[in-house]
Design a protein around this ligand. Structure first.
Ligand code: BG6
Length: 301
C-alpha cells in the first residue's frame, strides 16, 4: 500500500508516505514553505510548522499514539457528521466517526509558490452507513505552506436532504495557556459547557484561568491567539463556519484524559475550532455541497 501511495501520489523530496509502527499510513510533507505530517486514518493532520517559525504551530501531544480505530490527541481532528455527543444515540462516538475511519488519497500536487496540496476522501463502510445512512462524499483538501489551508467538503449525492454538525478541531501550540489571549469573539454569545450548559455573552478578549469549553455561535470572525511567551500570534480565519469552539481542559481534566502529555502538555495547547455546531448545524440539500474552509498563519510579535 505504501509503495502504491508513493508511486501514485508521492512528490520527490516533498511528499512521502510511510508506515507508522501501528500499521497506519502517514504522509510526510516538507517543502520550501513548511512541513507537516498527516495520518490517512481520519485524514488527521498531526503537525504543521511553517518555515518562519521555530516551533510548530499545530500541537501534537507527546503522548499521542496512532492506533487503528482510535483518535489521535492533538493535530486537527475532523469532527463529522456530528459535533460532540450524538443527539440520540449515546453509543455513537463523540465528534462523529470521520476522525477514526480510513480515508484514501485522491489527489496530490504542487502549488505555484511551493505549497503542497493533498486531497483525501472518507471511505464509507457498512459501519459508517449504520451511523450515517446518507449517500454523500466527504473530502478534505489540505494546502501546506507558510499558511495552512483546509477545506472540508460535504457533497450530498443522495435524493434526501441531511443535516450535519462538524468541526476542524485544531490544537494550536502555545507557550503557556495562562499567558495567551484570544480576540475576535468579543460580544458573541456562547454556550458554556463547563458545569452544565448555559448561554453567555463574551466581554472583551478571552483569557484562561481554568477549564474552558465554549461553543461560540453565529460568528464568522477571524480569531487571533496572541502568545507573549512564543512571541507570535496565530490567525485563525474561516468561511462556511458559524461556530467557534474554544477549549482547554486545564489540569484536572487533562490528568484524567491520560494522553495530554505529562506533566503539563495541557499548558502548551489551545483548541480554537472552526465549526458548525448546535443551532449552527448545516442542512445540505440533495445534490448540493457545503464547504468549511480554514486558513491559519503565524505572525511574529
Ligand atoms: C471539544 C469539546 O471540542 O473537544 C470538549 O468541546 C471535548 O467538550 C474536547 O472534551 C475533546 O474531545 P475528545 O473527544 O477528542 O476527547
Amino acid at each position: 500500500m505504501i509503495r502504491e501511495l508513493n508511486a501514485q501520489f508521492g512528490i520527490e523530496g516533498e511528499l512521502d508516505f510511510v508506515e507508522d509502527e501501528s500499521g497506519l499510513a502517514v504522509a510526510k510533507i516538507d517543502n520550501a514553505q513548511g512541513s507537516a505530517t498527516l495520518c490517512l486514518q481520519g485524514a488527521h493532520l498531526m503537525s504543521w510548522q511553517p518555515r518562519s517559525q521555530k516551533t510548530p504551530v499545530v500541537w501534537l501531544s507527546r503522548d499521542a499514539k496512532l492506533a487503528v480505530g482510535k483518535s489521535i490527541r492533538g493535530g486537527a481532528p475532523v469532527c463529522w457528521p456530528w459535533f460532540g455527543a450524538h443527539a440520540t444515540e449515546s453509543a455513537f462516538p463523540g465528534h462523529g466517526f470521520a476522525r477514526t475511519v480510513p480515508w484514501r488519497v485522491i489527489e496530490s500536487g504542487k502549488g505555484i509558490d511551493g505549497e503542497t496540496r493533498l486531497a483525501l476522501r472518507l471511505v464509507a463502510s457498512d459501519k459508517t452507513r449504520e451511523q450515517w445512512p446518507h449517500a454523500c462524499n466527504l473530502d478534505l483538501v489540505i494546502t501546506i505552506g507558510e499558511t495552512l489551508r483546509m477545506e472540508l467538503i460535504t457533497e450530498n449525492t443522495g435524493s434526501d436532504d441531511f443535516v450535519i454538525g462538524e468541526a476542524l478541531h485544531t490544537y494550536f501550540q502555545i507557550g503557556d495557556i495562562s499567558e495567551v489571549s484570544v480576540s475576535g469573539l468579543e460580544g458573541c454569545e456562547y454556550w458554556d459547557k463547563v458545569g452544565g450548559s448555559s448561554l453567555r455573552k463574551q466581554n472583551g478578549e478571552i483569557r484562561f484561568s481554568g477549564e474552558t469549553d465554549r461553543v461560540y455561535i453565529n460568528t464568522v470572525s477571524e480569531c487571533v491567539i496572541r502568545d507573549e511567551k512564543l512571541m507570535r500570534s496565530i490567525h485563525v480565519a474561516k468561511s462556511g463556519s458559524l461556530s467557534t469552539v474554544v477549549w482547554t481542559p486545564w489540569i484536572d481534566k487533562a490528568n484524567k484524559m491520560g494522553d495530554m502529555g505529562q506533566p503539563d502538555g495541557w499548558r502548551e495547547m489551545l483548541c480554537v475550532e472552526s465549526a458548525n455546531a448546535l443551532e449552527n448545524q448545516v442542512k445540505v440539500a440533495s445534490g448540493t455541497r457545503h464547504t468549511l474552509i480554514v486558513e491559519y498563519r503565524a505572525v511574529s510579535l
